[in-house]
Design a protein around this ligand. Sequence first.
Ligand code: SAH
Ligand code: SF4
Length: 382
Amino acid sequence: MNENNNNNNKGSSLIGLTREEIKDLLIKFDIPDQQINMRINQVWGWIYNRGVSSIDEMTTLSLDLREELKKHHNLDRPVIADEQTSEDGTKKWLLKFNDNSEIETVFIPDNERGTLCVSSQVGCTLNCTFCHTGTQRLVRNLSSQEIISQVVVAKDSLGEWSKEQRKITNIVMMGMGEPLYNFESVRDGILTMSDDAGLSISKRKITLSTSGIVPKIKMAGNEIGSMLAISLHATNNDLRNEIVPINKKYPIEELIEACRNYPVLSNSKRITFEYVMLKGVNDSEAEARDLVKLISGIPAKINLIPFNSWPGSSYECSDWDQIEKFGNIVNRGGYASPIRIPRGEDISAACGQLKSDTKKIRASEKYKKELAKIESKRIGRL
Ligand code: SAH
Ligand code: SF4
C-alpha cells in the first residue's frame, strides 16, 4: 500500500480542485484579489509539479495560510487496493475511494511514450456486448477530483516527481466508463491535466474515447478541446445496434455527422476510429471497404483493436491474417490503420478487460442522486 495514502486525515483533499474551486477557498482566507492567481499557481505547482503529500511542504505559502488550509484540507490520494505489473511493463492500479467503490487505472510504457489509461466512471451503463466493464452492475460517476487523483497516484507510484524525464506523456480516457456521460467532471479533469500550472500535458496528447454520445461531441470539442476517439466497431446500424447498443439512440449517420463537425478537427488533429476485431462478426473485407466509404472525407485514423477476451464473453478475436487483410484495405483507402497490440493481458489490463469487484456502494447523497440520474436515463433508453 502506498505510504502517501493517509486517508485518516480530516477534511477534503485539494487534489483535483478546479481553479475556481481553489479560488473560492482562498477568498475565504482573505487573500487579496491581485494575489489569487499567483497563489492558485503556487498551490497547483506543489501538487502537480512537486507531488507533495502534505500542506506543510507548501513552503511558498505563508505559515498562517498553511495552518488555515490544514484545518479543512489535506492532500490525500485514494487508497491503492492493489497494484500489478505485467511482464511487458504495463502497470495496473486498483484504487479505492472513500465510499469503497473501486476503479482501475493502467499505465502502458512504450519506447518514447507512456500512456495512462484513466477511468471516468465506476463501471459503465452502456453494456457493449464485447466489453467486460459493461457487465459491472453498479455504476457511478467519478468526480473531477477522483479523475485527477488517478494521475497523481500513478505519478507517485512511477516515481515521476523527482525525474526530469516524464514517464506519463499521454492520457487516454479509455478506462472504465463512458466519459461523455460524466461530462462536467471529465471536462474539469482534462482542463486541470492540460493547464500549464496543472499537470501540463498538451491537449494534443489527451484523447477522450466515446461510444458515441452524439449531443455531447460538439460540446466536448468546444469546452474540452482534446483529441477524440470514437468506438465505432461496426459499419451498419443493424450490427452496431447489437454490439454497441447506444447506437439505437444515436445511429451511425448522426455519429459520423457529429465527427465531421467536431470543432477540433484538422489534418494534424485527426479523429481516431476504434474498431474491435470480432471473428466472423465485423471483420469481413466488405466491411473494411464500407468503413472507408463511411468515414470518407474525415481526417482520421483507424485503430484496429484485437478483441481481448474475458471470462464468460461469447466472442473470439479475429485471426491475425484477417486483421491484416482488413487493415490493408483500410490503408489502401487512404487511412492509417495501426493494429493495437494488446498490452498487460497477463494482468487483465488490456482494453475492455477492466472490471473492479465493487459490489456494494455506500452511496452518499450526492452519489445516490448520480445513480438516480443514470438510472432514469437508462430507463428512458429502454
Ligand atoms: N466507454 C468509452 C471508453 C472506454 S472503452 C468507449 O467505449 O469508447 C475503451 C475502448 O476499448 C473502446 O474502444 C472499447 O470499445 C474498447 N473495448 C471494450 N472492450 C474491449 C475488448 N474486450 N477488447 C478490445 N477492446 C475493447
Ligand atoms: Fe462502456 Fe465503453 Fe465498455 Fe461500451 S465499451 S460498455 S461504452 S466502457
